[in-house]
Design a protein around this ligand. Sequence first.
Ligand SMILES: [Fe+2]
Length: 149
Amino acid sequence: MDSNEQLESGFIAELKDLVTLDYDAVEAYEAAINRLENEEYKKVLEEFKKDHERHIQEVSDFLIDINKSPPSGPSIQSILTQGKVVLGNLLGDKTILRAMKSNEIDTKSAYEKINTYKKIPDELKDILERGLKDEKRHLAWVEKKLEEK
Ligand SMILES: [Fe+2]
């Protein structure tokens, strides 16, 4: 990227919030994986967790490249972290998946929103589009599992 001036106002702040949200999501996945009994669910959520870890890595690398410091961990009081506390008290795989569904909706919305910026730097475009695709796929899977008996 030539210059930071080309970035739309608010973009970097929103990008940082996105990284924080991805950290929160990783924590929520860990809480869910520890609680779930179904081995298939655990395995799939491990894969989804890796997607979020990749998002963190890729967006953080971009921020470092343009001399901005990326967030270093989850937020203290996020919706997802509260979700994690709630998750810790939930019983039953379907109940846990329902909590994860609300997390997937939040992360999907965040990726939808960041993708509405008009001047996303080229090196970030694919990363953010892939991030949105990942979240749509995560949500679709959770919804499918919740529909199954
Ligand atoms: Fe996700």
